[in-house]
Design a binder for this molecule. Structure first.
Ligand code: FES
Length: 106
């Protein structure tokens, strides 16, 4: 299973093996990691599952859809590398992925 590292704003790292087909958000929530609230349960309607995807991984994770980009406008601490982690479906190619969580979700 792909190993994904979730990094809190204070640098604390959490690593999980996340099944292909789950979302990056589900990987964090199912393991009880802090930093991803996911209040809407993955419906792209809350923007509390924001993560920062490093440049090197953006070709693998893809870019935000129009709906996702609209929802990100309601999030705090948005950066160009922001994504909603419920909208990133895990693939084998994401083994080694590192995502960072914004301070606002700490
Ligand atoms: Fe609500 Fe991702 S969990 S937008």
């Amino acid at each position: 299973m792909p190993r994904i590292t979730y990094v809190e704003d204070d640098g604390t790292r959490h690593v999980a093996e996340v099944a292909v087909g789950l979302s990056v958000m589900e990987g964090a929530v199912r393991n009880g990691f802090p930093g991803i609230l996911a209040e809407c349960g993955g419906a792209c309607a809350c923007a509390t599952c924001q993560v920062y995807v490093p440049e090197a991984w953006r070709a693998v994770t893809g870019v935000a859809s129009e709906v996702e980009a609209d929802m990100l406008e309601f999030a705090e601490h948005v950066r160009p590398e922001s994504r909603l982690s419920c909208q990133i479906t895990v693939t084998e190619a994401m083994d080694g992925l590192v995502v960072h969580m914004p301070a606002s979700q700490g």
